[in-house]
Design a protein around this ligand. Structure first.
Ligand SMILES: C[S@@+](CC[C@H](N)C(=O)[O-])C[C@H]1O[C@@H](n2cnc3c(N)ncnc32)[C@H](O)[C@@H]1O
Length: 295
């Protein structure tokens, strides 16, 4: 049942979009001094060694963060060596790459930090984290990585079921990432029901839902159904990187759907998205779409 292992996919184009949006949301929310809780319903192992067998087998990161890492403009910007007046990657992308660099101190890309590691990197020591992971091995890795962080709980179990129990957080400020594998069709409906319940308990939270763009009906309908749920405002960033395959399989792109997006996210992604589409699109398939309904 638990066939999905994120190590195969860590650092791929979908992860890049997810983590660029996640980090910018965190940065915007951390501008206020009041405590911010981070909840990751599908946290994964926390961080991934790219040289390990599982990552190497598919080397998806070479189409994602690896591809960005090899660009001259990225290398120059990360080393603070960009010539005066040279075009730099957009700020939200650069901030993401700087965060990745913090896990790869000598500049060689060996490790892809996952959402829990990236969040821990940005959060203040007093900001709580609630991390859920169902796969026992990934949960053990996550516990080893972040279990000793203060105000952090690693929950070995179902993140959809656990979400309602950690809402609302004491500070009444939270960023919730919902990032299931969608290997089971039930994940699509559980995202919607989980979100509906979460909003009943805590309507003002910032919720980030990642979902894949596949040719299946379930995938094609999720964006519309998420929009119908959003009470106050939403934003959806779509990054398309591959053309549809004749066999009907394969990932064409992905979306980050943000409920109650923080002020400033819209503008940051309008700058970052087209650059990412250009940098990560394969065979001319790169495309970025940003839809928003903001109060
Ligand atoms: C896409 S990966 C998470 C990646 C991570 N959020 C990141 O950005 O680095 C999805 C993870 O959810 C786990 N998982 C699957 N079903 C779950 C469930 N119902 N509750 C919690 N975790 C689950 C999988 O084992 C996998 O590690």
């Amino acid at each position: 049942m638990l066939a999905y292992r994120h190590a195969f996919h860590a650092g791929n184009p979908a992860d890049v979009l997810k983590h660029v949006v996640l980090l910018r949301c965190l940065q915007l929310l951390l501008a206020k001094p009041k405590a911010l809780s981070f909840v990751d319903t599908h946290a994964g192992a926390g961080s991934y060694e790219l040289a390990e067998r599982m990552s190497q087998r598919l080397t998806e990161y070479m189409d994602g963060v690896g591809r960005l890492w090899q660009r001259d403009d990225v290398r120059a910007a990360l080393q603070d060596e960009a010539p005066r007046g040279a075009a730099l990657p957009p700020p939200a992308v650069l901030d993401y790459l700087r965060a990745v660099l913090a896990f790869n101190a000598d500049g060689t890309l060996r490790r892809a930090p996952g959402s829990p590691a990236l969040a821990a990197h940005l959060l203040r020591a007093s900001d709580p984290m609630q991390l859920f992971e169902l796969h026992p091995a990934d949960c053990r890795a996550l516990q080893a990585l972040l279990g000793s962080r203060r105000h952090t709980t690693v929950h070995p179990g179902d993140g959809f079921a656990g979400l309602r129990a950690v809402l609302p957080p004491p500070s009444r400020r939270a960023l919730v990432l919902i990032d299931p594998p969608y290997e089971l069709d039930a994940d699509y409906s559980r995202v919607l029901s989980g979100l509906r319940e979460a909003l009943e308990r805590f309507a003002t939270g910032v919720y980030l839902v990642w979902y894949p763009h596949l040719q299946s009906l379930a995938s094609r309908g999720l964006g519309r159904r998420l929009r119908a749920l959003a009470p106050a405002g939403w934003l959806e960033a779509q990054l398309w990187t591959a053309a549809p395959r004749a066999d009907g399989f394969g990932l064409m792109g992905s979306s980050m759907f943000v409920l109650n997006p923080p002020f400033g996210l819209d503008e940051a992604l309008r700058a970052a998205g087209p650059w990412l589409a250009e940098a990560l699109g394969r065979d001319g398939a790169g495309r970025f779409v940003l839809d928003a309904h903001l109060p």
